[in-house]
Design a protein around this ligand. Structure first.
Ligand code: NAD
Ligand code: LMR
Length: 328
């Protein structure tokens, strides 16, 4: 017997990440090849955006995906999030000319407060939320704080793109396949301060750190390459990463829903005090997933260099949180 369809809400559905994401969700790459989905797509009410969304939906229709059990266009979060089981919050206000970081935070705080409230009011009580729109960690924190009736642990931010970027850089450096890398993680904020950490990573059981054995490469090549990759792509493409961001969103949700078989992945999740990160800060941690739940990998040793890196990315997140506190 076929499974009951689940509801997947996607915001910013007519944007560039949306265009790389929706077709993969509808083809079963996110929730499994046996799981029908109903897409609940949200865009701003603007006529141009809604028209573009209608075009994307025509294309989805033209794919005749067997798993696409329905789709809806929305201009209001209160209808888009009705009964939704999964919510991918991609749409966000981009930084405009002359806009300061504080203005960006404030503009997005409004969006994610409203969307958090809407999720709180109408979504499934078990909704799994992934925030992609930047600043992703702080937007996830705002949505979580605006949804007091939903479990805080159901609000997550996307660090998976940083994780995947780190894995590829290690594969290139070691000449080993990316699929062989285990126990990699990225701590902190989805921003250049994130700390990609391969101290625990292995390839075929051997230590990656011992294989690379080059702290100078770690500090002066690897970390800046991964941390500034988003900016390098914007510089090269004239647009921010989209296909790789959509791919990371698929990876994040798939692993959360279907499990990681004991392997580590990175998710931005609200802290419960692990590794000294204050309660509720949405922070990149190593996690394993099973039965639809993630669990932070605990008990890892944090050396002095790593502690400095973690303190830096935490301080940035706390600064962002202070910047929006009055809006919550
Ligand atoms: P885009 O501008 O192409 O698309 C964004 C879409 O969101 C637009 O169609 C816009 O109309 C819509 N939108 C804006 N506000 C909305 C709202 N309140 N409700 C619903 N829709 C809304 O941008 P993109 O390239 O698709 O990127 C989307 C976001 O993802 C950006 O904030 C970008 O910085 C971020 N991003 C995050 C990561 C990550 O790793 N976390 C990676 C890449 C991009
Ligand atoms: C990315 O990491 O590619 C994006 O978050 C970059 C950006 O600033 O939009």
């Amino acid at each position: 017997m076929s499974k009951t369809p689940v509801r997947v809400a996607v915001t910013g559905a007519a944007g560039q990440i949306g265009y790389a994401l929706l077709f993969r969700i509808a083809s079963g790459e996110m929730l499994g090849k046996d799981q029908p989905v109903i897409l609940q797509l949200l865009e701003i009410p603007d006529e141009k955006a809604q028209k573009a969304l209608a075009g994307v939906m025509m294309e989805l229709e033209d794919c005749a995906f067997p798993l696409l059990a329905g789709m809806e266009a929305h201009a209001d979060a209160m209808t888009a999030f009705k009964d939704t089981d999964y919510a991918l919050l991609v749409g966000a206000r981009p930084r405009g000319p002359g806009m300061e970081r504080a203005d960006l935070l404030a503009a997005n705080a409004q969006i994610f407060t409203a969307q958090g409230k809407a999720l709180n009011a109408v979504a499934s009580r078990n909704v799994k939320v992934l925030v992609v729109g930047n600043p992703a960690n702080t937007n996830a924190y705002i949505a979580m704080k605006s949804a007091p009736d939903l479990p805080a642990k159901n609000f997550t931010a996307m660090l998976r793109l940083d994780h995947n970027r780190a894995a590829s850089q290690i594969a290139i450096k070691t000449g080993k396949p990316v699929s062989a890398i285990r126990k990699l993680t990225v701590w902190g904020n989805h921003s250049p301060t994130m700390y990609a950490d391969y101290r625990f990573a292995t390839i075929d059981g051997a230590s990656v750190q011992a294989m690379i054995n080059d702290q100078d490469w770690n500090a002066n090549v690897f970390l800046p390459t991964v941390g500034k990759r988003g900016a390098a792509i914007i510089d090269a493409r004239g647009l921010s990463s989209a296909a790789s961001a959509a791919n990371a969103a698929i990876d994040h949700m798939r692993d959360w829903a279907l499990g990681t078989n004991g392997e580590w992945v990175t998710m931005g999740v609200p802290s419960n005090g692990e590794y000294g990160i204050p309660q509720d800060i949405v922070f990149g941690f190593p996690v394993t997933c099973e039965g639809g739940e993630y669990r932070i990998v605990e008990g890892l040793e944090i050396d002095a260099f790593s502690q400095t890196c973690i303190d830096k990315t935490l301080a940035e997140l706390q600064g962002e949180q202070d910047g929006v506190r009055h809006l919550l």
